[in-house]
Design a protein around this ligand. Structure first.
Ligand SMILES: *Cc1c(COP(=O)(O)O)cnc(C)c1O
Length: 370
């Protein structure tokens, strides 16, 4: 008897949406076991003992489903921000919330999602997965969001505008006044998503200080995304959250994949919020390293936009892929982005030194900046 798939007709496979062919796969930062990884904007610090304890306690209950509404976690987040439980949604990383936000706003191929480019590479993917149209607005010459152009790109078909502040991968950020002016220019029926994945690394002067949750308090069309993956150091557990108008939050809950914020992630996020002072202190060390790296690179002749996040952007254009390969050959995996530039995460001092040894080596400088 021959074994093999039944009812198989040569050359015929199940119907898959043809438009998916045009969607690029998400490119994750590479992991090379022999090399230092400065490619994914992770925190190098392991979870705090109190967080590790919450994680292992939650593991013991793995036979039970998690709380699908994540009520304890959402309550903790609501208290932290001084908002109501109905203002908070949790997601399997804030990247899942990005996708869910497009799902709740877009249903027609003519529906538009506007965002800056380059920005977070998940935006075009989640837009196309939802069958909507991506509208890309080039960054300005300082590699920052061109907020006027972004506002001007809004049409009657626009359903969502993503604003990544600080911007991944360029690290640039806008302060409060500029973002308020932008929000005032957006129609009230268009959802503005302020993606603040790197909020904790912002060190703006008091008059520029920006907090999307505050900006959204009196604006029902503004929703803020935060994540436990970066400053809170839980990238491997997948949990992020949205703060916004109860109507938007309620819609998010409808498209939420049941139980996708798992028990361990919920417990770890609650424990991390409790330990936030200690966790946020760590960002000072990261910011200091980021600044030290930038100074050394600028000194060597690199042009680098001001970074307000835990990474730096080198706009190397056509040389980006080659530079990424050369850095990896020197033992440091960084993240090249097409023909735009490379992004380097600020890691531990000894890791950063390894990158700087490569980057500021006269041979590297001659090869890539000459
Ligand atoms: C890392 C990141 C996120 C969220 O990541 P999750 O791990 O899915 O929470 C969201 N937005 C931007 C811009 C990011 O860089």
């Amino acid at each position: 008897m021959t074994r093999g798939p039944r009812h198989r007709v040569e050359g015929v496979s199940p119907h898959i949406r043809p438009d998916l062919d045009a969607i690029p796969a998400y490119v994750a930062g590479r992991t090379n076991p022999g090399a230092v990884k400065l490619a994914s904007n992770e925190t190098t610090f392991p979870p705090l003992p109190s967080v590790a304890k919450a994680i292992s306690e939650a593991v013991e209950l793995s036979n039970r489903y998690p709380d699908n509404s994540a009520t304890e976690l959402r309550t903790a987040i609501a208290q932290f921000h001084g908002v109501a439980l109905e203002n908070v949604a949790a997601g399997c990383g804030s990247v899942a919330l990005c996708q869910e936000l497009v799902q709740i706003t877009c249903g027609l191929p003519t529906d538009e999602v506007v965002f800056a480019w380059r920005s977070f590479e998940a935006y075009p993917i989640v837009t196309r997965v939802a069958g909507a149209k991506a509208v890309l607005v080039p960054l300005n010459e300082d590699y920052a969001h061109d907020l006027d152009a972004l506002a001007a790109a809004v049409t009657p078909n626009t359903r969502v505008v993503f604003v990544c502040n600080p911007n991944n991968p360029t690290g640039t950020a806008h302060g409060r006044a500029a973002v308020e002016r932008f929000l005032d220019a957006i129609p009230a029926n268009v959802l503005v998503v302020l993606d603040e994945a790197y909020f904790e690394y912002l060190r703006l002067p008091a008059e520029d200080r920006i907090d999307g949750v505050e900006l959204g308090r009196n604006r029902p069309n503004v929703l803020v995304l935060r994540t436990f993956s970066k400053a809170y150091g839980l990238a491997g557990l997948r949990v992020g959250y949205a703060v916004g108008d109860p109507k938007v939050i309620e819609a998010l809950m409808k498209v939420h994949i049941p139980f996708s914020v798992n028990r361990v992630a919920q417990a770890a996020a609650i424990a991390s919020l409790e330990a936030r002072h200690e966790l946020l202190e760590r960002t000072d060390a990261t910011v200091a390293e980021r600044n030290r790296m930038r100074d050394a690179l600028v000194e060597a002749g690199y042009r680098i936009p001001d970074s307000h996040a835990n990474f730096l952007w080198l706009p190397l254009g056509e040389r980006s892929a080659e530079y990424g390969a050369a850095s990896e050959a020197a033992g440091v995996v960084i993240r090249p982005y097409g023909t735009d530039g490379v992004r380097i995460t600020a890691g531990d001092p000894h890791e950063n030194d390894r990158f700087l040894a490569f980057a500021t080596d006269p041979a590297t400088v001659a090869r890539f900046l000459g």
